[in-house]
Structures are given as structure tokens and as C-alpha cells.
Design a protein around this ligand. Structure first.
Ligand SMILES: NC(=O)c1ccc[n+]([C@@H]2O[C@H](COP(=O)([O-])OP(=O)(O)OC[C@H]3O[C@@H](n4cnc5c(N)ncnc54)[C@H](O)[C@@H]3O)[C@@H](O)[C@H]2O)c1
Length: 136
């Protein structure tokens, strides 16, 4: 049995990831989300949901120490160009979020952490469909 944490699991990408993971009876899946943009209706069947802010160490650390996860998928973030330009400080606080996830994963024996980058790393497309990789 693998214990898996999915952050941002009431959102677009992570709700699908959580559903796929939960479809394997060998997985126990916990979803955390602060419902900033997420919707409870997107949280899939068969997972345990905890309303929690990944950027708040006290909030998220309790979840890590209670469950001792094997794997963590981190998708909790402020997303969307308008939302991020309207709320730059809130976006910067997401750095606390990934720091919390990495520190707590290291300190509680998580085997692997997976997170998504941003499609913004590809920049403006030079042709459609895109064929170029990310800019470095
Ligand atoms: N949608 C895309 O095409 C795309 C492409 C590449 C990368 N990504 C990345 O994938 C991740 C998820 O994107 P999405 O499109 O599913 O966004 P989304 O807004 O649908 O999902 C994000 C979820 O995170 C939750 N959340 C936000 N801040 C939180 C916090 N501090 N603690 C707990 N929960 C929090 C929101 O409530 C929401 O449910 C983001 O990091 C995004 O940059 C998305």
C-alpha cells in the first residue's frame, strides 16, 4: 500500500491525477486544497480530503506527520496570468509552499516528490502546434 499526497486536488490537473491514483487499490490517496480556486465537486471519489493551506507550515505539517506519505504530487498554486498579476504577493507565497513540501518530505521519509512546472517556461509559441522545448 502506497500513501500518496496530492496538493491542489480540487483543481483542474490535480483532481485528475488524484482520480487516476485512487483508481489503484494499492494506493491510499489524501488530497489537500485551500479551495482558493478549487471546487469541492472536483475532488474525486475514494480519496480523503483535508482543507489545508500548503503555504502555511503549521497547517500542512500536521498532515505530513499524521500520514507519513510515500509519494507527494504538488500542484497547489495560484494559477492564471490575471490572477498572478493582480496578486503578486500571494504568488510569491507559493515559494513557501514548495519549501514546506520539500522540507516536510525530506523529514518524514517521502520517497519521491513530483511537481508541475508552468507552461510559461515555453514562452510565446513560434509555431502552432508547438515543437520547441522550454527556454533555459
Ligand atoms: N493548466 C495548465 O495547462 C498547466 C500547465 C502547466 C503547469 N500547470 C501547473 O499545474 C499546477 C496546477 O494548475 P491547474 O491548472 O490545475 O490550476 P487550478 O487553479 O485548477 O488548481 C490549483 C489548485 O490549488 C489550490 N491551491 C492554491 N493555492 C493553494 C495553497 N496554498 N494550498 C492548498 N491549495 C491551494 C486551488 O484551490 C486549486 O484547487 C500549477 O502549478 C500550474 O502552474 C498547469
Amino acid at each position: 500500500m502506497s500513501r500518496i499526497l496530492v496538493t491542489g486536488g480540487a483543481g483542474f490537473i490535480a483532481s485528475d491525477v488524484a482520480a487516476k491514483l485512487a483508481s489503484d487499490p494499492g494506493n491510499e490517496v489524501v488530497v489537500v486544497d485551500n479551495l482558493l480556486t478549487g471546487e469541492p465537486a472536483k475532488i474525486p471519489e475514494g480519496v480523503r480530503f483535508i482543507k489545508c493551506d500548503a503555504n502555511d507550515f503549521d497547517d500542512i505539517s500536521g498532515v505530513f506527520y499524521a500520514y507519513r506519505f510515500d509519494y507527494v504530487f504538488h500542484y497547489a498554486a495560484v494559477v492564471g496570468v490575471k490572477r498572478t498579476t493582480d496578486n503578486p504577493v500571494m504568488v510569491l507565497r507559493d515559494i513557501d509552499g514548495i519549501r514546506n513540501i520539500l522540507d516536510l518530505s525530506k523529514n518524514t521519509g517521502v520517497r519521491r516528490v513530483l511537481f508541475s512546472s508552468s507552461s510559461e517556461v515555453y514562452g510565446e509559441p513560434v509555431e502552432i502546434p508547438r515543437t520547441s522545448g522550454p527556454r533555459h
